[in-house]
Design a binder for this molecule. Structure first.
Ligand code: GAL
Ligand code: ZN
Length: 666
């Protein structure tokens, strides 16, 4: 087998990638030459072209107009700018929906969603598939071997779902594969409940709008199916490209922690993992939340460098109230991605649109033109990346893993649960923040990952767990690992059936503890460290009993365990039976890190000032100040800042939004 092309194929001879979505079809050709000039001056070396150009390439069914794209590709080749060429299938032309309305998606109420926007396709429509593959085939044939073609961008932000009859038929076929016969399906779905028994396959529907709550296993399988149906479409396009251009890497842009797509099952199907990331400027947790999604991208690529496909230089246009980014902010965010394993930093989009739904979205060249503060920053950033070229390809070493699983996310957040205030992504972030604050790098991993290389594994929530995954977590601890498990984990099996017996049944032995009731609470509850002060917890409590574990903290009122620590085999397992306030979760994290003998990247005993991020990539220590005050940070060794050449020893000072990239010196 020959090695697949990957990020190295792109960075070889180019260094770090810098650029963005380029939509020349929105501009007269006179503007294109200026674009190429400005791109060169800004150090742009990668542009994504054609994401939304299907109607331009195929103005009527079967017609082809590649002339304009030929000229754009030539222009880019001449300017030495690599092209990430997109298949245009995220937004079919109006003629497709007009002539073949069955290609349009249908919502759960049976309403068709029309053209006039984008994403108007049914993942299971044979006509859509056929038309999409036809244009993709011609695109690949035309540009195979073109000197500008460097990367394929399949579709855009896959996530469309459809409840039409074709989708229902595809769902039935998927279920048939999964269960083989109706009896098995009836049992898995628990259809004795509410008289839901199916007597023939044709009765089975997508979870369309119903009078009351839908069967949770039907819903869970539907989410599995929707992710798989989109993946099947992605793969069909990818296979066309791979066959024609085996040396060109292929990606599709993810949307971070995006619920509809099980990114673990997708990532292995692409050569490069890429992501779109739009931190909310109004959310104080944005820096940590963003770091978490970056770590997820690295995890999806099993540690390989990834590509930040889209971010914004300033305001987006799709929130209700769109704050601009202050000077220095997009650079800070870009370098954050770089520090966390990105080899390419791209933006949506190159030139701000004059028309269309995104005309108020920031860009690399604003409406006011290149002679602006914002474009000057774009240029300066593109230039400074050259000084960081040695970081390309470098790994971000981590001794801590956090487990996250889409099926468990889907199953947890079904309607009709004890509290809809316990959510998978929120729990993930809650457990991530104290690690981030301590400069401890984390790999995001699926529950089936090989955990043997990690000193600490954190499972913020794993509501649904398979027997095999529960056994692997148990073995990990027995073999010397340190495990932290958050509340309401280990509750359901892969069919979302509750596991009976004291909970969490499959983890009870390793945790040395078990429970019998979940008790969501209205406000806060008090907990007490064993022999120490009190702290608050909120939202959720469990009635637990220790079975070998030590109660590190108890609920003050009942005296029952709230936080448990169990030494077992050669390892240690922690269980947190509530949602502790951040400082208390920080304390639990610190103790688990001590059990695992893991330290952050700072010198022993040193603490990062609030809002400062520290992460090591290869030998380079990145420090990023997300706060609004200047800070002074102790550093572990004399170092040279790759960005300025300045040499530091002992401490470095960072003004707000400043970044240093410290390479050991001398
Ligand atoms: C992304 C999308 C882009 C653009 C951008 C605006 O979700 O891929 O096409 O819409 O958002 O922020
Ligand atoms: Zn459909």
């Amino acid at each position: 087998m020959t090695a697949r092309p990957g990020m190295h194929t792109l960075t070889r001879g180019r260094g770090l990638l810098f650029g963005g979505d380029y939509n020349p079809e929105q501009w007269p050709e006179e503007v294109w030459a200026e674009d190429a000039e400005l791109m060169r001056a800004a150090g742009v070396n990668l542009v994504t072209i054609g994401v939304f150009s299907w109607a331009r390439l195929e103005p009527e069914p079967g017609a082809r107009d590649f002339g304009w794209l030929d000229r754009v590709m030539e222009l880019m080749a001449g300017a030495g700018i690599a092209v990430d060429l997109a298949t245009p299938t995220a937004s079919p032309p109006p003629w497709l929906g007009h002539r073949w309305p069955e290609t349009l998606p249908v919502d759960e109420s049976g309403h068709r969603l029309w053209y006039g926007s984008r994403n108007q396709f049914c993942p299971s429509s044979p006509v859509y598939r056929e038309r999409a593959l036809a244009i993709v085939t011609d695109l690949a044939d035309r540009y195979a071997g073109h000197p500008a073609l460097a990367l394929w961008h399949v579709g855009n932000e896959y996530g469309q779902i459809c409840h039409c009859d074709a989708s229902a038929a595809a769902f039935r076929a998927w279920l048939h594969d999964a269960y083989g016969d109706l009896d098995t399906l009836n049992e898995a779905w628990g259809t004795t409940f509410w008289s839901q028994r199916y007597s023939e396959w044709a009765e089975i529907l997508t979870p369309r709008r119903a009078p009351y709550m839908i069967n949770p296993t039907q819903q869970l399988d539907w989410q599995r199916f929707c992710s798989d149906a989109l993946l099947a479409h992605y793969r069909a396009e990818r296979d066309v490209l791979r066959e024609r251009t085996p040396d060109v890497p292929i990606t599709t842009n993810f949307m971070g922690l995006f619920k509809p797509v099980d990114s673990w099952s997708w990532a292995g199907e692409e050569d490069i993992v890429s992501n779109d990331c739009y931190p909310d400027p109004e959310d104080p947790l944005s820096p940590a939340r963003t770091a978490l999604t970056h770590d997820l991208m690295r995890g999806l690529g099993q540690g390989r460098p990834w590509l930040l496909m889209e971010q914004s230089t300033s305001a987006v246009n799709w929130r209700a109230h769109n704050l601009p980014k202050p000077p220095g902010q997009f650079r800070l965010e870009s370098l954050q991605a770089l520090a966390r394993g990105a080899d390419g930093l791209c933006y949506f989009q190159w030139r701000a649109s004059r028309f269309g739904a995104e005309r108020f979205h920031a860009a690399m060249v604003p409406h006011a033109g290149p002679d602006t503060r914002l474009h000057a920053e774009v240029r300066a950033h593109g230039q400074e990346l050259r000084a960081l070229a040695s970081v390309a390809g470098q790994p971000v070493p981590a001794r801590v893993a956090m487990v996250f699983d889409w099926a468990s996310w889907w199953a947890l957040e079904e309607r009709g649960r004890p509290s809809d205030r316990l959510n998978a992504a929120d729990q993930l972030l809650a457990y991530y923040v104290p690690l981030w604050e301590r400069g401890v790098s984390v790999d995001l991993v699926p529950p089936s990952a090989d955990l043997s290389g990690y000193a600490l594994v954190v499972v913020p929530n794993l509501f649904l767990v398979t027997d095999a995954d529960a056994a692997a977590l148990t073995d990990y601890v027995r073999g010397g690992g340190v495990l932290v498990v958050g509340p309401f984990s280990g509750i359901a099996d892969e069919r979302a059936h509750i596991r009976t017996g004291r909970f969490p049944a499959p983890l009870r032995a390793v945790l040395g503890a078990s429970g019998e009731e979940w008790q969501p609470v209205a406000g806060e509850v008090l907990c007490r460290w064993n022999g120490g002060p009190e702290f608050t917890a909120h939202t959720w409590t469990e009635v637990m009993a220790a079975e070998g574990a030590e109660a590190v903290a108890v609920f003050s009122e009942t005296g029952r365990p709230a936080v448990l620590r169990h030494r077992t085999g050669d390892g240690v397992a922690w269980y947190v039976a509530t949602m502790p306030e951040p400082a208390a979760l920080g304390e639990i994290t610190a103790r688990a890190l001590a059990d695992a003998r893991v330290r952050g990247v700072l010198p022993a005993g040193a603490r990062l000032p609030p809002g400062v991020e520290a992460v090591r990539r290869g030998e380079v220590l990145f420090l990023l100040n997300h706060g609004t005050e200047p800070v002074c940070v102790p550093i572990p060794h004399p170092a040279e800042d790759l960005l300025t050449g300045a040499v530091a020893d002992g401490t470095v000072t960072l003004t707000p939004r400043a970044v240093v990239a410290l390479r050991p010196h001398g």
